[in-house]
Every structure is written in structure tokens, then in C-alpha cells.
Design a protein around this ligand. Structure first.
Ligand code: DGY
Length: 428
């Protein structure tokens, strides 16, 4: 008997379910990750909406007293993950990492609320309160004053860990005298598809700096040995802020303080996104706050403008020109990095491969702004990748080979929720 891909996706979500939280995949990532978890909730809607809400509530419950929702929550048996809680030493009740991840949660909550609203308004109010605090935390601890866009203090915050956009910032991180360590990711994935040893040495050096500074996030925002302004984080926070405003207008129309705070975030982040425009490459790009200059390369994050709700006449057409140039270079859109750039690597994590969560966001944004053909190219390529290679973590944009972790939660979720729009399209 053959299983349909729809059923395979459901089975993956069930296999990676740990009852109240999800794993991105077994083995490689035995921990709850922030944005993986939010995307997982969208998939759980197709099995059990109560479980979908439980996932996001569990995620939000890990919020730090300062407002940050961390990038990793160490629950259950997490021994196979490196670096674990004894390296982070964040002192939280449920052990967590000391950095954050792309804020997609408010956008996910809005979609859950549209299709399966919570019965309990107290729980919704608690969620909205946590979301406003987290967004405010970004503005205080991560907004870069020069651009008003959002900076990261560790490549892992961006979720796009080893992007070549971070290379010049990473080169400034002087590798500390680190105790010997064993990477666990290489037990599961070939080294050619993962970040290098030198990058890991720097990742751990930045963690050491955070630990030595008691994870004081305002300090880290200004002094972390690694700082870069990220179009990805800026676009996700801007989109999430618009979604949060809509949620507040619906559920708390009299909460003037929260409404005006979020409205101000939107205005400021909108300016921030526009300041990332880079005439040299006709795209929104990363900005180096230390050297005070743009990084001249196009990545998949450059195409999140529509998703962020920004349309700038003239610039939009130039950006679409870049999209079409890249479309002609690869079989499967959207590569995480420009295939014409010398640093492009079709198999190495975020230096070239296609990721379904980014495709979902770019594709939705394009569809919302009338870029119908380009949106359909992304959706159809995303479907073709899964048909060819099944539910991998990422994919080679030229050959379609599945890479990284197998049976991946967010790939399954995005397949159900966006690629196939919830429809079961029969057997293989
Ligand atoms: C990993 O372990 O590779 C994660 O992406 C870190 O956030």
C-alpha cells in the first residue's frame, strides 16, 4: 500500500510530537526550537487544533522576565544536542538558550485564531500580553538605531546560521580559548552540509561572551562580538507586528496602550526595512552596523518585502528583476543565497539550499501583492522538491536532492498548510 504525501506529512508531525511540544526532527534536533515550533502549530491544525494551541502556548510560556522568547527550550531528553544547557547557563526555570529566533509567532497566532479561535479569552489575553512584551523586547534589545532595522547578536538568532552575509561580522569574532567540545550534529548529517568547525568555534565564543555577561540582553545588543542587521529578522518582526495589531484590534479594541505601542513598532520597522535597500545590488540586504555599510549580496531574505507588507514603487520592479535572474539559474526556487555569487554552495545549509519556511513566507507575500506567477513558481517548486525527495530539512536548488535532517516537522507543516493548502492530492 502506498501512502500519500499528505499522510506522510501527518505521520511526521505525529512522530516528532512530544505531547506538549514538537521536535524539528529526531536525532539531529532533540529540543524545542522557537520558529520551528510556531510552524509546527500550523501543521497540527490538520490533526488536532487543541494540540496546535498547546504548542504555541508552551513556546510562549518560556518567555524570560525581560520579555525575550528564547531560541531553544531544553525539555525532555535533550542529551544528544550540542550545545546544551550547561554551555548556555542561562539560569531559567526551564533551561533555555540565551538568544532569540525569528519572531513568526504572532503571525501564526493570527492564522490559528482565524481558523480555530481559542474558547478561553483569558488565554488569548495572556498570549497577546506576551507577544507585545516580546516585540517590545526586540525594539529595546535588538533595534539598530542607525537603520531602525533589527540586528542579531549571534548568527543562530537569524535562524539562517551560516549565511555568507555574516562572514565579515564573524571574522571580527576572535576565537576564545574554548574547552574541547564534540559536535553532535555531525553524528546525523554529512559535514559538507553543515557549518564548518571554524564557524562553530566562533558560535561558541559568542555564547561564552553572553554567559560572561549574564545574558544581559541590552548589553549584548550593543557589545556582542558579533552584530549584524538582518533583513530576515526585520521582515518577520514587521509582518508579525502587523498581525499583532490586527489581533489586538479584534480582541482588545480598548487597549490603547498596546495598540499604540504596536502601531509605533510598525512605523519604525517599516522605515527600518526601507533603509535596507541597497542600490548596488537592487535588493534589500544585510547591513553591517560596525562598519556602517551594506553587505552587497542578495539572499532569499531580500525577497521578504511583500511578506513584510512593504511595496516601494521602482524598487519593487528592480527586486523582481533580481528574482527573475535567480529563477533562470536554478531549477528550484528560492535558493537561500545568490547562485551567481562566488560564495554560493548548493548543499551547505544556508549558503545556497532551498528552505520551505522561507518559500512559504516569500510565496504568501508575493500572492498577497498580486505577484501571482512568481508566487506559483515558488509553490510549484516547493511541491516538486517534496515529490522528488520527501520531507528533508533543506534541498539542493539545482538537483533537488534532500539535505540535512530527514522527516522534518516544518517541511511537513508547510506542505500541508501552504504547498497543498490542506488538500490531500491522492497517492504517490
Ligand atoms: C543548530 O544547532 O544547527 C541550530 O540551527 C542552532 O540554532
Amino acid at each position: 500500500m502506498t501512502h500519500s504525501l499528505y499522510q506522510d506529512a501527518i505521520d511526521i508531525l505525529k512522530t516528532n510530537d512530544r505531547g506538549t511540544y514538537s521536535l524539528p526532527t529526531q536525532g539531529l534536533y532533540p529540543v524545542q526550537f522557537n520558529w520551528d515550533s510556531a510552524f509546527a502549530a500550523l501543521g497540527y491544525r490538520f490533526i488536532n487544533p487543541v494540540r496546535a494551541w498547546q504548542e504555541v502556548q508552551q513556546l510562549a510560556s518560556s518567555q524570560w522576565p525581560d520579555g525575550m522568547i528564547p531560541h531553544i527550550m531544553f525539555r525532555g531528553h535533550h542529551d544528544g544536542y550540542f550545545p546544551g544547557p550547561s554551555i548556555w547557563k542561562t539560569g531559567q526555570f526551564t533551561p533555555t538558550s540565551g538568544i532569540t529566533q525569528p519572531p513568526v509567532l504572532a503571525s501564526v497566532i493570527r492564522r490559528l485564531d482565524d481558523t480555530h479561535p481559542l474558547d478561553d479569552s483569558i488565554e488569548m489575553h495572556d498570549m497577546l500580553r506576551r507577544l507585545v512584551r516580546w516585540h517590545e523586547w526586540f525594539i529595546v534589545a535588538r533595534q539598530e538605531p542607525q537603520t531602525e532595522a533589527i540586528a542579531i547578536i549571534h548568527p543562530w538568532e537569524s535562524g539562517r546560521d551560516n549565511m555568507s552575509d555574516w562572514d565579515s561580522g564573524m571574522a571580527r569574532v576572535e576565537i576564545a580559548d574554548l574547552p574541547p567540545y564534540t559536535r553532535r550534529d555531525l553524528d546525523h548529517v554529512d559535514a559538507s552540509q553543515r557549518p564548518t568547525k571554524e564557524q562553530y568555534d566562533r558560535y561558541l565564543t559568542i555564547i561564552k561572551y553572553g554567559r560572561d555577561h549574564q545574558w544581559r540582553q541590552d548589553h549584548l545588543g550593543q557589545h556582542s562580538p558579533f552584530r549584524m542587521v538582518d533583513p530576515g529578522m526585520t521582515a518577520f518582526l514587521l509582518r508579525s507586528s502587523r498581525d499583532l495589531l490586527a489581533l489586538l484590534q479584534k480582541h482588545q479594541p480598548d487597549n490603547q496602550a498596546a495598540l499604540s505601542t504596536v502601531q509605533q513598532h510598525i512605523e519604525s520597522l517599516d522605515r527600518g526595512w526601507k533603509n535596507l535597500w541597497n542600490d548596488k545590488v537592487n535588493a534589500y540586504t544585510c547591513y553591517d552596523p560596525v562598519e556602517q555599510k551594506h553587505i552587497n549580496s542578495v539572499s532569499s531574505a531580500s525577497f521578504l518585502s511583500c511578506f513584510a507588507g512593504v511595496y516601494e514603487e521602482g524598487r519593487h520592479e528592480k527586486l523582481m528583476g533580481e528574482f527573475d535572474r535567480i529563477s533562470n539559474k536554478v531549477k528550484f526556487m528560492v535558493p537561500s543565497f545568490d547562485p551567481d555569487h562566488a560564495d554560493f554552495d548548493a548543499k551547505r545549509y544556508w549558503r545556497g539550499p532551498v528552505w520551505h519556511v522561507i518559500n512559504d513566507s516569500i510565496g504568501r507575500g508575493f500572492a498577497e501583492h498580486g505577484e501571482t506567477e512568481r508566487a506559483e513558481r515558488i509553490r510549484a517548486d516547493s511541491e516538486a522538491l517534496i515529490t522528488q525527495s520527501k520531507f528533508f530539512e533543506y534541498f539542493d536548488p539545482i538537483t533537488g536532492e534532500g539535505l540535512g535532517g530527514k522527516d522534518f516537522t516544518w517541511t511537513a507543516s508547510v506542505y500541508l498548510d501552504w504547498v497543498m493548502q490542506g488538500a490531500d492530492h491522492g497517492t504517490d
